[in-house]
Design a protein around this ligand. Structure first.
Ligand code: SF4
Length: 504
């Protein structure tokens, strides 16, 4: 398919890989034996793949990245807890993340490397269209690469350096001896023992991150550092090239004649990064019927800030503008509010300001349209955070959008400080995250703090207002169930005493 032709002219990588597999499991001896990630994804895949495989590989990689992100949110990377949790999620994913989980057959290994490379490049295309998406993918791919490189043996990383397209020189023992004094000083700064350590040299421009940290020895325009810092250099190189490649890809997407096949797939992928689930109301738990009279209570306890904001506005002004009617209306449909209840709820409010027939003429059609009862008759799904954040930004008089993305810093701070449940340092943390464009993280921390969970306690990131609602309801239900159990245990304990007293 065109995807492969569009991004590469190297068509022989895979066949060469398969012809040369003798030493794949050990140390690679030439470029074709080095998997894409060890080459910092410099060579795009050069083969034709079917659309089915395209979809499968792309979703698989997205799933891997999301799992990785969730684990990272709960535990610091490289800790045993993190590894155990992440290892469990990797079971069914066809990628080699842990070297000890490599398949035994070299053909299988080559196939997994192939999927790894293709998956990475598909996501580059899918995520190149907005700065937020570019940033998210670069960051998470960079972290994943860091994690994988740290799992690799030193000798494997070393032997792959020849395939990395920028000069890194490993010091020979003579060179190391000549610079012993300088390097020893650098080691003291890093508190590491210089003995048996390999040292490397790069142009200082490629070591900016280490220079910023002050953990590198500089001499005549070159930076010298031990193996520990090599991973930092490689990851930063990969992130820079990925960002640059995505900016180039974005320009070329417009002239790619793939409106019918590739572009919708790529759009779906970047939306899916934020939600793997379509909230269209069908998944709502049928055992609990949501009525309009329950919404006020639910809003306080379980609505994400974006939805709370629109609900408050509706109650206050008895009106919502088009953007808010769609964002909030689809959310309510997603949590299970029926069409009749949705119309009744909006009518109750709107008719405080306008006559009922005006409401029926101008507003009820749109609600029925969202439920698939008018127009194309296709029920619509609730908007994910990505859609809310990236599309249709609110004007000053609108109340839709995402407060973490669309509110000024001071306004956001004020809004959060008004919530008595949040402590001052928690407000600061959320505002800082929003300021650094980490809206999903800001929302996740908000969820955790307002649900009395510790940081990372949710174990996943908020990527959809309906996911926020569902997770909140789950926690509340679990707490109620736990309270019932403990209450009944307490009363059971007290019963024998009463019996005893009766018999006395
Ligand atoms: Fe709503 Fe998503 Fe923004 Fe949270 S991050 S407030 S759920 S749009």
């Amino acid at each position: 398919m065109l995807f492969a032709n569009a991004i590469s002219d190297n068509r022989n990588v895979r066949s060469q890989m398969f012809n040369n597999q003798q030493s794949i499991k050990n140390v690679p001896s030439n470029t074709q034996e080095i998997p894409g990630y060890l080459q910092l994804y410099q060579t795009p895949p050069g083969e034709n793949i079917s659309l089915t495989e395209f979809d499968e590989i792309a979703m698989e990689r997205l799933k891997l990245l999301k799992n990785f992100e969730n684990c990272k949110d709960s535990h610091p990377m490289h800790t045993e807890e993190f590894k155990n949790k992440f290892r469990k999620t990797c079971d069914k994913i066809k990628l080699i993340v842990f070297p000890d989980l490599k398949p035994t057959s070299s053909e299988d290994i080559a196939e997994l490397w192939r999927r790894d490379n293709i998956g990475h490049f598909i996501l580059r295309l899918a995520f190149c269209r907005t700065p937020e998406n570019q940033k998210w993918l670069t960051q998470i791919e960079g972290d994943l690469l860091r994690f994988r490189l740290r799992q690799e043996r030193e000798v494997v990383v070393d032997s792959s350096l020849s395939a990395v397209n920028f000069p890194i020189h490993k010091l020979s023992s003579e060179e190391k001896k000549e610079m012993e004094e300088d390097l020893e000083h650098a080691c003291q700064v890093l508190s590491i023992d210089m003995k048996n350590k390999a040292f490397y040299k790069v142009d200082f421009i490629d070591a900016i991150e280490l220079i910023r940290r002050g953990s590198v020895h500089l001499k005549k325009g070159f930076a010298y550092f031990p193996f520990e810092d090599l991973v930092t250099i490689l990851v930063s190189k990969m992130k820079n090239t990925t960002m640059a490649a995505m900016a180039r890809a974005f320009k070329h997407l417009a002239i790619l004649e793939e409106e019918g096949r590739l572009l919708p797939r790529l759009a779906r992928l970047s939306n899916n990064a934020y939600s793997g689930k379509d909230y269209n109301g069908e998944q709502a738990d049928g055992s609990i019927i949501i009525t309009r009279h329950m919404i006020d209570k639910l809003a306080v306890r379980s609505f994400a800030p974006c939805m709370k904001q629109m609900h408050k506005n509706l109650r206050l002004n008895h009106h919502l503008k088009y953007g808010a009617r769609r964002q909030y209306g689809l959310f309510l449909k997603g949590i299970g509010l029926s069409l009749e209840e949705a119309i009744a709820m909006m009518r109750d409010e709107f008719t405080k300001k306008i006559p009922s027939d005006k409401f029926d003429k101008e507003y009820s059609y749109n609600i029925r349209y969202m439920y698939g009862k008018e127009g194309r008759r296709v029920p619509q799904t609730a908007m994910s955070c990505a859609t809310i954040i990236l599309n249709n930004p609110p004007s000053a008089t609108d109340c839709h959008g995402c407060p973490f993305r669309h509110s000024e810093k001071q306004v956001l701070k004020q809004k959060l400080s008004g919530e008595s449940i949040l402590k001052k340092d928690q407000v600061e943390l959320i505002v800082d995250l929003a300021e650094s464009n980490q809206y999903d993280k800001a929302c996740t921390r908000y969820f955790e703090f307002t649900h009395h969970l510790e940081e990372g306690g949710l174990g996943q990131r908020i990527t959809h207002p309906n996911q926020y609602y569902e997770e909140s309801q789950k926690i509340i239900a679990e707490r109620i169930a736990a309270k019932h159990t403990s209450d009944s245990q307490t009363s059971q304990k007290s019963e024998p005493k009463e019996e005893q007293m009766d018999t006395q």
